[in-house]
Design a protein around this ligand. Sequence first.
Ligand SMILES: NC(=O)c1ccc[n+]([C@@H]2O[C@H](COP(=O)([O-])OP(=O)(O)OC[C@H]3O[C@@H](n4cnc5c(N)ncnc54)[C@H](O)[C@@H]3O)[C@@H](O)[C@H]2O)c1
Length: 248
Amino acid sequence: MMVQDKRVLVTGGGRGIGRGIVDAFVEGGARVAIADIAGAEQAAKEIGADAVGVTCDVSSSESVANALSVVGEALGGLDIVVNNAGVEAFGPLHELSEDAFDKVVSVNLRGTWLVYKHAVPLMQGGGAIVNIASLAGIVGFPLLGAYAAAKAGVVRMTEVMAIELRDLGVRANAICPGFIDTPMIRRAFDDFEAATGQPLAEIITARQGRLGTPQEVAALALFLGSDAAAFVNGTAITVDGGMNVNRI
Ligand SMILES: NC(=O)c1ccc[n+]([C@@H]2O[C@H](COP(=O)([O-])OP(=O)(O)OC[C@H]3O[C@@H](n4cnc5c(N)ncnc54)[C@H](O)[C@@H]3O)[C@@H](O)[C@H]2O)c1
């Protein structure tokens, strides 16, 4: 996939989709750094080779500045940045607490922007930004209002990144996964059933066929990060088993 020796940063790469993305790039011969609020060093240790792990809260500018300085020094720059760190808050929008709303926007939207802001100066040779948004960033999902709003912001911001950085040789694209089998979706199973009395698993089977896997999202992240996607810029691609077009 043409990522051999590319220097890659994956936020939230300690587990779930992020870890799947880390593994895909490592398999492709890339040099990978993981920035995560938990488990970054452990994941880097498991990968071995010259993987870098740094603890980072993407919603804190100090934390991001520190992490990007560590990563920049360790890898000597960056070619690919995958903004994957994210959190959800579950519940009707009018009942969501201010803290929950602020956290979701801070991590998913502000965090994507902060990491991007500190990463761009390290991308002197051009490269690619891959932002993990969500299908909820394209269509509204009940009980995920703040999350859907933040992810819609990520999709729109990705378009601006693509336009603003094209002349520097940096592409930016977003991935919009449907329901993917990770700790995040396992939490949603419980929250959804508690709120609606309906098992989320049944809805997923009906609308999406089955749960997706982190590897299925990682395959697209690998493509978008690689030179194989050299003319793919400013788009948001769904990975959802067709859920977005399933109207019956
Ligand atoms: N699982 C799904 O069905 C699904 C669907 C659509 C989009 N997504 C998106 O995919 C991305 C990964 O989700 P996942 O399902 O693997 O979730 P997850 O909860 O399993 O993993 C999220 C990762 O992000 C890290 N993280 C959380 N807050 C952070 C912070 N402030 N700073 C740095 N790292 C932080 C966590 O420690 C964890 O490693 C998220 O952006 C999520 O919104 C997931």
